[in-house]
Ligand binder design. Structure first.
Ligand SMILES: *Cc1c(COP(=O)(O)O)cnc(C)c1O
Length: 438
């Protein structure tokens, strides 16, 4: 056989390979196999992860972590984080020119209104289309806002800390709570019909109070002095705040493949110091409803508290259910739910600074109150974090509930559900956007 052809090709190949390789530094030649190994390793772990977690989730995790490997990206993320922190600490310095830093010598009188208008003109025009900021849009927004404004201003100079003087506001608060409780299962037999609560300044305060009350209730009931709570990673950061403020050890537990609270995983963290577990309906990050029924069973079986975060869903889910959407149980009709937070200032369409915290019964709520009997200023009893409280906002919330009524909220919920359906449909057309969002 004649191998000369093969031999000469081989020689030619070697020559061209040599000239090809000679263009590169020896270092690169050394690194190339190492890099190949690295790529193989990454590929291997990617495939392992796919086997374990499914493709979609792995791909997202992989994409997010590899994006950080791109030179500069990590630095960029850090810089952005720092920017937010700096902004909070100092305001925007460059924009501070011409700011008032001392009282004007002569007051501006009514001229101040002009100044207010001028500044308002500089705000970003959001027109109800900026998710998570203010929760009403469309043509009704204007009429609704001016109605609420009138209600607020009428009671702007009241203070519900002094209930004996401002009986109107005391009644508004009681009615807002009763109406909200009625939406959330208080009328159903399973709830016990004893639901009570208070108005607060927002979801965060409602959550803080529910956590504090649960902690003290469990100390009273079980003698727990080193409290711990367990929350899904999707629960709002207000629980971190509560854990820090009230010295509670916090466990954040991964969610399941559907991004719902993983009841089995939560169970693993329960010990005799656990005072509270949390479910959201829905959670802020993904808009997904946690399995409240299962969480309720878990809480009951361990005799601990369960807080349901309805900050976002409180004025949507009850109406969505009435409209016939398949909504799983989420309120006091679920045994084991001990407290609920509901933001009237989100889909309750009340003015900013209004929320409701509800408890299954007075036995739990009593741990929310602070009563000081030995103060030189006299007997001081305060239900929430604030001392003096804004009666105008309570009147504003009452006005929102009463002016919209069941039909108003049904209509609003219908619009929300329809938009959410059309977004879902849109995403199915562009599945590459699905993983990060759902
Ligand atoms: C908005 C929100 C909160 C916090 O409420 P704030 O009113 O912003 O303090 C907590 N949990 C959920 C689910 C929310 O949507």
């Amino acid at each position: 056989m004649d191998f000369s052809f093969a031999k000469s090709s081989l020689i030619r190949f070697r020559a061209s390979a040599n000239s090809f390789l000679s263009q590169y530094e020896p270092v690169i030649l050394l690194l190339a196999p190492l890099l190949t190994l690295l790529v193989a390793r990454v590929l291997q772990s990617f495939l392992d992860a796919v086997r374990e977690k499914g493709f979609k989730q792995t791909f997202v995790a992989f994409f997010m972590s590899s994006i950080k490997l791109v030179p500069g990206v990590n630095k960029y993320i850090e810089a952005e984080k720092q920017k937010v922190v700096d902004k909070m600490q100092s305001g925007v310095k460059s924009k501070r020119e011409g700011w008032w830093t001392e009282l004007p010598r002569a007051g501006l009188g009514v001229g101040v209104i002009e100044k207010l208008k001028e500044e308002k003109g500089k705000d970003v025009v959001w027109q109800g289309k900026c998710s998570g900021t203010v929760y009403i849009g469309g043509s009704e927004a204007e009429g609704h806002f001016s109605l609420i404004n009138e209600a607020c201003s009428m009671f702007a100079h009241t203070n519900p800390l002094h209930l004996d003087i401002f009986q109107s506001v005391a009644r508004f608060e009681a009615e807002v709570i009763a109406m909200t409780a009625a939406l959330l299962g208080n009328k159903e037999k399973a709830s016990g019909g004893q639901v009570c609560g208070n108005m607060t300044s927002g979801g965060t305060e409602s959550i803080l109070l529910a956590v504090k009350s649960s902690r003290d209730y469990m100390r009273n009931k079980r003698g727990i002095t080193r409290p711990e709570m367990i929350i899904p990673v999707s629960a709002h950061s207000a629980y971190d705040k509560a854990a820090q403020y009230f010295n509670i050890k916090l466990w954040r537990v991964p969610v399941d493949k559907e991004f719902r609270a993983d009841v089995k995983a939560i169970k693993k963290y329960i010990n005799r110091n656990t005072v509270l577990i949390v479910g959201s309906a829905p959670g802020f990050p993904h808009g997904i409803i946690d399995p409240i029924q299962e969480l309720g069973e878990l809480a009951l079986s361990h005799g601990m508290c369960l807080h349901v975060d309805l900050c976002l869903g409180g004025f949507v889910l009850p109406f969505a259910k009435k409209l016939g959407y398949p909504i799983p149980p989420f309120d006091f009709s679920v045994q084991g739910v001990t407290s609920i937070s509901v933001d009237v200032h989100k889909y309750g369409l009340a003015p900013k600074g209004t929320s409701v915290v509800l408890y299954r019964n007075r036995e739990i709520r009593k741990h929310q109150f602070v009563a000081v009997t030995e103060w030189s200023g006299g007997l001081y009893v305060s239900p929430t974090v604030a001392g003096s409280r804004p009666g105008g906002l309570i009147a504003g919330a009452w006005a929102a509930l009463m002016s919209l009524g069941q039909e108003g909220y049904l209509e609003n919920t219908k619009a929300i559900m329809e938009v959410s359906e059309s977004i879902q449909k849109g995403l199915v057309l562009f599945p590459m956007f699905l993983p990060p969002l759902f």
